[in-house]
Design a protein around this ligand. Structure first.
Ligand code: GDP
Ligand code: IMO
Ligand code: MG
Length: 431
């Protein structure tokens, strides 16, 4: 099976970066297909920590070609900065990174709008808690057919015209609606023209590359960003991101037919986190939530914000696994639960005396649900990083519980941030 997807099954930050890095070792291509620099995918390798935002996470393996597909929104100067930083650390991507010509570009006015809109919402319930990376406004321009694509940066006249038109419109909104200073045309044009010329060697027809690799039975890994509950259509709207974070986003976002997808691996933490606003039924308030945050190092890889923490939510996970066609689970951060007893798992939602079998569409209903918990025995001590059979029984029982609850096998278990703290339980992803 030449293609596999790795997606997040919760609200992002499940440990996808670590999983993708581990699986990329045997891959030919690693392909980002949605999202942008809102992502922060962490890898600990050879005693160093790397956080990937736009560069696909397989980049540390010299045999991997990284692909940024047309469904990604690209902060071009940010990408260049990431490439420079990787180069300074000995990771060179010349000749093995392809940026889609059709990908849309994030501009300073997208970030300014994102920021101004969030600020205008204050702390009321309409604030989303975005990463302020301009993601929503950039995807909105794409859908409005006013966006600027990578390919447009290489036609001087077209780029200038598009930038002028966009800037006039955005400046009017920034100034008159939000009372912000307008952005200047020349510095943006210059910065982006210069950035474009430095990115030129990487720009190409990424879709043909991925299609060709699949036709030749080469191993292609699709790297999801964010998580199922942040999906634009199926997540906890409006507290979501602006792209399709599930497997259905792969087809349009990478330019491959839906039938091309082989395995779909869903990554989940042994508990739940969410960064940003919006309903979170199993959130643990107060000191206990803080304890879990510290134990798991739950601070945003992109924004540094403290992540909200909560218990595992089977209702939410079943919803996500069904939507994405997940056929294997990757359970991360099981080590973090060591010493926490009992371990609680949400098995149903109750609202006004009624049990809900799945995630309700109405955010105010989801906000109001009372989680119904089952309690499982906890475990103590460190988990063996390589030998599953040496895990404490209660830890193995927790894994078995998750498999039963979701009806999907746990194919991998991660027991620490390091690359090799990763145990395969089933057949290879590629078999
Ligand atoms: P992503 O966005 O899904 O790639 O996840 P992030 O990188 O934002 O956050 C996951 C965090 O957990 C990172 O700091 C990882 O280094 C760390 N991590 C990943 N897997 C494990 C694990 O099994 N145990 C522990 N303790 N940390 C892990
Ligand atoms: P990775 O790939 C966690 C959240 C933001 C906010 C909402 C909308 O590292 O898992 P946006 O800036 O996308 O418009 O913000 O989505 N969010 C993430 N949360 N991990 C991420 O990425 C996220 N990317 C966006 O916090 O709630
Ligand atoms: Mg992250």
């Amino acid at each position: 099976m030449p293609a596999a997807a790795v997606i997040g099954l919760q609200w992002g930050d499940e440990g996808k970066g670590k999983v993708i890095d581990a699986l990329a070792r045997d891959s030919k291509l690693v392909v980002r297909y949605q999202g942008g620099a809102n992502a922060g995918h962490t890898v600990h390798a050879n005693g160093e920590k790397f956080v990937f935002h736009l560069v696909p996470t397989g980049a540390l393996w010299p045999g991997v070609t990284s692909v940024i597909g047309p469904g990604v929104v690209v902060d071009a100067p940010g990408l260049l900065g990431e490439l420079d930083e990787l180069k300074a650390r000995g990771v060179r991507l010349e000749g093995r990174l392809v940026l889609a010509e059709r990908a849309h570009v994030v501009f300073p006015y997208h970030k300014a709008l994102d920021e101004a809109r969030e600020a205008s919402r204050g702390k009321d319930s309409s604030r989303l808690g975005t990463t302020k990376r301009g993601i929503g406004p950039c995807y909105a321009d794409k859908a409005s057919r006013t966006g600027i694509r990578v390919i447009d940066l290489y036609d001087e006249q077209r780029f200038s015209d598009l930038l002028r038109r966009n800037l006039d419109e955005k400046n009017a909104i920034l100034k008159h609606l939000y009372g912000r200073a307008p952005l200047e045309f020349d510095p943006i044009r210059e910065q982006y023209s210069e950035t474009a010329s430095r990115l030129r060697p990487y720009v190409g027809d990424s879709c043909s590359l991925v299609q060709g690799a699949l036709e030749h039975d080469e191993r292609v890994l699709f790297e999801g960003a964010q998580g199922a509950m942040l999906d634009l259509d199926h997540g906890t709207y409006p507290y979501v991101t602006s792209s399709s974070t599930l497997t259905d986003g792969i087809s349009s976002g990478a330019g491959v037919p839906p039938t091309a997808l082989g395995r779909a691996l869903g990554v989940l933490k042994a508990y739940t986190t969410r960064v940003g606003d919006g309903p979170f039924p199993t959130e643990i308030p107060g000191e206990q939530g803080q304890k879990l945050r510290e134990a798991g190092g739950e601070y945003g890889a992109t924004t540094g914000r403290p992540r909200r923490t909560g218990w595992l939510d089977v209702v939410q996970l079943r919803y996500a696994a069904r939507l994405s066609g997940t056929d294997g689970l990757v359970l991360t951060k099981l080590d973090v639960l060591s010493g926490m007893t009992p371990i609680k798992v949400c098995v149903a939602y109750e609202v006004k005396g009624t049990r809900l079998a799945t995630v309700p569409a109405d955010p105010s209903v989801l906000e109001a649900v009372t989680p119904v918990y089952e309690e499982l025995p906890g475990f103590e001590g460190a988990l063996d990083p390589t030998d599953y059979d040496r895990f404490p029984k209660a830890a193995r029982d927790y894994v078995a519980y998750i498999e039963r609850a979701l009806g999907v096998p746990v194919s991998f278990v991660s027991t620490g941030p390091a690359r090799d703290a990763f145990i395969r339980r089933g057949p290879s992803v590629w078999s």
